[in-house]
Design a protein around this ligand. Structure first.
Ligand code: C2O
Ligand code: CU
Ligand code: CU
Length: 481
């Protein structure tokens, strides 16, 4: 095993920049905009489903009625602020004719999918306004919940925030044989915070660029104050944190337990009982909630419980959405004792390890504003930061020991496994077992992951999925050779 680099020189320069020209006191943390709860009375929207093997839609400017206001949004297709849920079977070819009817360049990134480099929405691979692009590749990922969103350099946050995002669900006969709740009982839920008072404008100031752009309103599937009528039975919910920067610590009211069955890269090997799941932007969790023992007309809430570890987030607990039990059901569903084998990548197969310091921030005056570097570097499409071999296994470490911000680190085009966490929470969480593509490092934490690089050669990015950090440079390249 050989250690490749720590970027000592560059890190020193970053530290110098921090001291010499900082304008804001980054040690004096500001906090996320507080959530204002709605009355939970608007029926939740469920995005339409589209077959990914034969799909087409456009990105366009639109208007949507959200929380009683008519707002200017961006949308995929004719929907409100969410694109259609693309569905495919593992092994099938995706075919999507995409046209850009926006007035700005855009592209689509398939978050979590093992896409070829040319199809992955590299930040400078753009479809210009008025043009089209066909996304066409074989989807090899395990059954699970993935998603898609734009990825243009320095405009991901702005475009995703204004409405461009959607679910991508992969299934397989093996998954179907488990007889998990399906159809109306398999419900994707994307949670996003928006500034509805701001008319959905994306206009971050220096503070937003530092800690993230937070909204006072929590939307589930584009619905603020969402309520979902449910039957007395078990449901599968696919939770996606599609927010720019906000972390949620999902829990049910009264501490009711539920079952975790999947994480970013699909089903776990077995279900786990949990009472909370902490998801950072980009992360997903598949869960089963059994309403079977609750009397008709019971109401319960999905909440975000308070949490510690970050000075800018977590001190507030708030309700996210309401479930209302409206009728009896006959439910013969039995939770399977095992789900789908998760092959463990062995540490001894690793041929290299790399460490990345994610604990620095640079604050400049003037045009440059706040920058968030990795190892002192900010994104440059023309640079090759890391070169790796297809098929090889490596251990990567994200070191936020000296940091003051949360950083959910995400690698494109693959799924990895979390090996260890030192400092902060000090251990791997239940929802971090199995396959992952995004892993959260709180200030004070050092997180190690193990990666087997796929056979898709070419250039990919890895970055912080706090979208303000990403757009402020917190993204580097890795090239698979
Ligand atoms: Cu959802 Cu580059 O990420
Ligand atoms: Cu991604
Ligand atoms: Cu970050």
């Amino acid at each position: 095993m050989n250690t490749i680099k720590i970027g000592g020189m560059i890190t020193l320069m970053a530290a110098f920049t921090l001291i010499s020209c900082h304008k804001m006191d980054h040690g004096n943390q500001t906090t996320a905009r507080a959530v204002v709860e709605k009355s939970f009375s608007t029926p939740i929207a469920i995005p339409m489903v589209m077959d990914a093997t034969n799909a087409s839609f456009a990105a366009k400017t639109n208007t949507a009625t959200i929380g009683g206001q008519s707002l200017k949004t961006l949308s995929y297709g004719n929907g409100g602020i969410l694109g259609p849920t693309l569905k495919i079977n593992q092994g099938d070819m995706m075919n999507l004719v995409f046209s850009n009817q926006l007035s700005e360049p855009t592209n689509i990134h398939w978050h979590g999918l093992e896409a070829p480099s040319s199809q992955d929405g590299y930040p400078t691979d753009l479809t210009q306004a008025g043009n089209s692009y066909t996304y066409n590749f074989r989807v090899t990922n395990r059954p699970g919940t993935y998603w898609y969103h734009p990825h243009p350099d320095m405009a991901t946050a702005s475009q995703a925030y204004r409405g461009l995002a959607g679910f991508y669900i992969v299934s397989s006969p093996e998954e179907q044989a488990l007889k998990l709740p399906a159809g109306n009982f398999d419900v994707p839920l994307v949670i996003q915070d928006k500034r509805l008072t701001g008319g959905l404008e994306y206009n971050p100031d220096a503070e937003d660029q530092t800690i993230g752009f937070f909204g006072e309103s929590i939307l589930v599937n584009g619905t603020p104050g969402a309520v979902m009528d449910v039957e007395k039975r078990t449901y599968r919910f696919r939770l996606l944190n599609g927010s720019n920067a906000r972390i949620y610590n999902f829990a049910l009211s009264d501490g009711i337990k539920f079952k975790l069955i999947g994480s970013d890269g699909g089903l776990l090997d077995a279900p786990v009982d949990v009472s909370n799941i902490l998801l950072a932007p980009g992360e997903r969790a598949d869960v089963l909630i059994n309403f079977g023992s609750m009397p008709v007309s019971t109401e319960l809430f999905m909440e975000s419980a308070s949490f510690s570890g970050s000075s800018s987030q977590g001190n507030q607990s708030f309700k996210v959405m309401k479930f209302k039990i409206i009728k009896d059901a006959t439910d013969n569903f039995i939770v399977p004792s095992t789900l789908m084998a998760v092959e463990k990548i062995s540490e001894s197969s690793s041929v290299a390890s790399r460490k990345f310091n994610i604990g620095h921030m640079m604050v400049h005056g003037g045009m440059e504003g706040v920058m968030h570097p990795i190892d002192g570097k900010t994104f440059d499409a023309n640079r090759r930061d890391e070169v790796v071999k297809s098929g090889s296994v490596e251990i990567w470490e994200f070191d936020n020991t000296t940091g003051t911000e949360i950083h959910p680190m995400h690698l494109h085009g693959l799924q990895f496994q979390v090996l260890s966490r030192i400092g902060g929470r000090g251990s791997i969480q239940a929802w971090e077992k199995g396959w992952k593509d995004t892993v959260l490092a709180f200030p004070g934490e050092k997180v190690k992951i193990i990666v087997r690089f796929p056979n898709n050669t070419g250039k990919f990015v890895f970055h912080c999925h706090n979208l303000e950090h990403e757009d402020a440079g917190m993204m580097l390249n890795f090239e698979i050779q």
